[in-house]
Each structure stands twice: as C-alpha cells, then as structure tokens.
Design a protein around this ligand. Structure first.
Ligand code: PHE
Length: 490
C-alpha cells in the first residue's frame, strides 16, 4: 500500500516534502510509510532525508501564560508610567504568584527599577514569553535559545520526538514498481538465464548463527585447569583406565586391606572380570612386607596381607591410583624430578544427592623431587589456587592413609564471604614411595580436588544433576559462557 503510493506519487511528482503530511494525505500509517521509505532508499529506488524533530508540550504554567500573559508583563503593567509605586502596594494588588515571578523577572529584564519603590525603566515592553508560547501552541518552530529559555522556566517539557523523512525523491534505481529479484538459483530461473537478474549480495548482513557443537561447562573448566597446570610446567598423566585393581588403587598407597573405604559400601567392585590379570611380582612382595611388618623406618600395620584382596578389580575411587602407577614407573629409571597432573573420572559408591553423584572428575597434581618440604606444598598450592582466582586459602590437618602430613584446603569465597572446603593434599608416605624403589631423599607433594565443585560455583548450578546425567539440558550447555578461570587472574 504505502510502497505503491510512494513510488506512484514520485512518478508524477518531483518530491514528497514531508513523510508525515504524505501519510495523512493518503490515509496511511506514518510508521509504515517510514519503513517503506527506508527500505526503498536502501535499494536506491528513492532518496530521502531523515528528519528528527523534538516536540514540546506546554506545562500548565506555560498554558496559563500563553492565555493570560506572563507575570513579568502584568507586573510591569501595574507600575505607573510615571512616578513610582511602593512594593507593598504591588504585592497587594497583584495575584501572589504573579507578584512572586514578576518581581524577579521584570527587574531581570530591566523593565523596572526595584527598591522599596518601583518605577519603570522603559515605557514599552513586549510580552515575548507569551508570544513564544503561543507560537509553540500553533506548532511553529522556535530557535534553540528560546526553547532552552522556556524549558529552564519550566513552561515547556519535552514530548515525544518525531522522526520521519523530508525531500523524498527518485533515486538512481527508481522504478514505479519494485522488482522482487530472486536470491537463489533455481531450476526455473535458470531456464530464463539470459534475463535473469539476481539480488545483490549483502556483504554486511550478519550470517545465521552457526549451529555448531558446544563444550560442556565441565569441559570448559577442565580446559582452564589444564592450561594452568601446563603453564606451571606439569605433564598430564594417562588416565584412560576407569577399571583398576585394588592393588594400585589402595595397596600401593599403603591403605590397609581392612580400611573402611575398601568396603563395597564405598567402592564399586567389578563382577567380570573380577580380578586383575597381572601385577609386578617383586613390587607386590615389597608392598605386602610394608603392610605386614613395615620397614623403611615404619612398623607397618601388623596384619596378614592377602593377595586376593589386592587382585580385586574396581572402578578407581581416585586418580591417585594413576599417580601410584606413574611413580612406580618413574622409580624404575634413573631418578628425574617430575610434575604430573590429571583430570579425569573417579567412582564412589556414595549416597546420591543434590551435590553428590556416584562419579565425579578428580583434579590431581603432584611434584616429585629430592628434598621437598611441607613449605613447598603450601607454596605450590598457594600459586595453583591463586591462578584459579582463589588467593586466600588456609589449611587444616587431616588424615589420608598415603600422606603424612595431610592438609585439607579451604578457599575464601569473596562473593559469599565464607570459607569453602576445596581440596585435600599431603606428602606421600615413605611406606608408599620406598617400596617403589624411589631414592630415599625423594619427596612427593600432592593434592586433589573435584572439578564439579568449582564448575557448579562458576556456572551457578544448584543441583549436580543439571550438570551431569540424563537431566542435562542442551540449551543450557549451548548458552553457557566461556570459563574465565586463569584468564582474569593472569
Ligand atoms: N586422593 C585424594 C582424594 O581422593 C586426594 C589427594 C591426592 C590427597 C593426593 C592427597 C594427595 O581426596
């Protein structure tokens, strides 16, 4: 409708001076006229000038002055042409609001001289305020200065801004009717290829958002953890075996066979294959020894160590099982210091609730070198966690069968104003390291934490089931922001 009207009108006329008037005259909606002008202009059918006009409404006071004249004019008129009048008399004869405004505005305009007695300074004045207001009421435009003046005196207030077009004329591609050009090559329009005119490419148009894959928040956080470890010079351990023997998961770590964690209430044991195929026999012998009767300055646990218990297959309960394999492998060659890390899944037969599942990802780091101390462990943890954005951490003594001393790590959550338990750490016991064959001055400092916990905090997840398992919503994954750990604090 509007398009035909505009293109048709320009066929016989030079220009449309004002889009608003044009819309009124042709009984069209001005918004639609504007949209059509914009689009036709884009295709070069027409040219037009965008116009933006502020409009104003008169305030009640403004309306009053427009009808009755300004207070300063009334004030002036009440002063005799010759001689003086006392200010008290003026106050008496004038309306209080007229007196109040008039007595400041009239002297300001140098119409009257004020004292206890008031006299005229000029004989004739023009009520410009009233005139300006009348002009505005008639829809005439005022200059900027006048508008500012009236606005400051609170006689007018801004109303809706008017936008439209003026000087609408034919453009370089003018035609009385818009041609809809094809944008695709189809069989039909190829049949007519000689006359085929395609729509031009719009290189400025934004493309469709790509429906590509999206990383899960756990993977995003894992990547950042990985980067931090790599920046600190750590190598990744191979963690591609969820199934582990009790030997590597517990025995090698000097965890006694009657330890409650080795119960099926805490650990998932495998039915098939229920036992491991092979273990390094000479090392198994040394582990048995250290459990039963100690050595390396230890008294051991004083119980009968059973091979069958060590053979049982399970789903690894911690990635420290991988650390024990790696340290054993390291002990075989001439000693070299190492920094290892891993981030992978572990399994525990736990009651499932809002924050716990039977599986989670463990982040594990360890440093193996001669003469390391508890001070090294504290320093490394401080560095590691500050790179994660947690610079305020503290430690509490705790117990692990494989570390001595052991420390629980808490971090201060600045946003919540509370301490959160964030990890566990310690120095691996000689009863674990020496049977492997590591030199006796070699110390290993190590720590572990879960990947889920920081991810839940970072991605504001209240229930772990929103993060892991069949209740995960793909939409949430798609929309989850990038992980900025280790970026902001770098
Ligand atoms: N394996 C421990 C856990 O499951 C973490 C840990 C790793 C503790 C290394 C001390 C040293 O919590």
């Amino acid at each position: 409708m509007a398009e035909e009207a505009i293109l048709g009108f320009l066929k016989n006329n030079d220009e449309i001076p004002h889009s608003g008037e044009f819309a009124d005259a042709h009984d069209l909606d001005h918004e639609e006229v504007k949209n059509v002008i914009k689009s036709l202009q884009g295709f070069g059918y027409i040219e037009a000038k965008a116009v933006r006009k502020e409009s104003w409404d008169l305030t009640d006071e403004g309306k009053k002055y427009a009808a009755e004249g300004s207070p300063e004019f009334h004030f002036f008129s009440a002063v005799p042409e010759e001689g003086t009048i006392s200010i008290d008399d003026l106050r008496r004869i004038l309306d209080p609001s007229v007196f109040q405004v008039g007595s400041t505005q009239a002297p300001k305009k140098q119409w009257v001289a004020m004292g206890n007695q008031v006299s005229r300074m000029v004989q004739h004045v023009e009520d410009t305020v009233k005139e300006m207001l009348l002009q505005m009421q008639q829809g005439q435009e005022l200059d900027k200065e006048s508008l500012k003046y009236l606005k400051n005196r609170k006689l007018i207030i801004p109303a809706k801004t008017w936008t439209g077009y003026s000087d609408v004329k034919k453009g370089p591609n003018y035609a009385p009717k818009r041609k809809i050009l094809p944008s695709d090559l189809t069989r039909e329009n190829l049949e007519n290829w000689e006359e085929l005119e395609l729509k031009e490419y719009n290189f400025n148009a934004k493309g469709q958002p790509l429906n590509a894959g999206h990383l899960h928040p756990l993977l995003k956080v894992r990547k950042q953890f990985k980067d931090i470890f790599c920046q600190m010079g750590f190598e990744e351990m191979p963690t591609n075996n969820f199934v582990e023997s009790s030997f590597w998961n517990f025995d090698a770590l000097f965890q006694p066979q009657q330890h409650p964690a080795r119960d099926s209430h805490d650990t998932f044991f495998l039915k098939a294959p229920s036992t491991t195929r092979e273990l390094p026999e000479d090392y198994v012998e040394r582990v048995k020894q250290v459990h039963e009767s100690g050595g390396y300055g230890s008294r051991g646990y004083n119980y009968e160590w059973k091979r069958e218990e060590a053979n049982k297959n399970l789903l690894r309960t911690h990635t420290t099982a991988v650390s024990s394999r790696m340290l054993y492998a390291l002990a075989k060659g001439p000693f070299t210091p190492k920094k290892y890390f891993s981030i992978d899944r572990v399994f525990r037969n736990e009651a499932v609730d809002r924050t716990h599942l039977a599986e989670f990802h463990q982040v594990e780091g360890l440093i193996c070198d001669r003469g390391l101390t508890l001070g090294d462990l504290i320093g490394v943890l401080q560095e590691f966690f500050s790179r994660l954005g947690m610079s305020k951490i503290r430690f509490k003594p705790t117990y692990n069968p494989y570390t001595e001393p052991s420390m629980e790590i808490s971090g201060y959550d600045e946003a919540k104003g509370e301490w959160l338990e964030i990890g566990n750490s310690g120095i691996f016991r000689p009863e674990m390291l020496q049977p492997m064959g590591l030199p006796d001055d070699v110390r290993v400092i190590a720590w572990g934490l879960s990947l889920e916990r920081p991810t839940m905090i970072l991605y504001k997840t209240e229930n772990i089931r929103e993060l892991f398992g069949h209740k995960v919503q793909l939409k949430k994954i798609k929309e989850s922001r990038m992980c900025r750990i280790g970026i902001e604090s770098a």
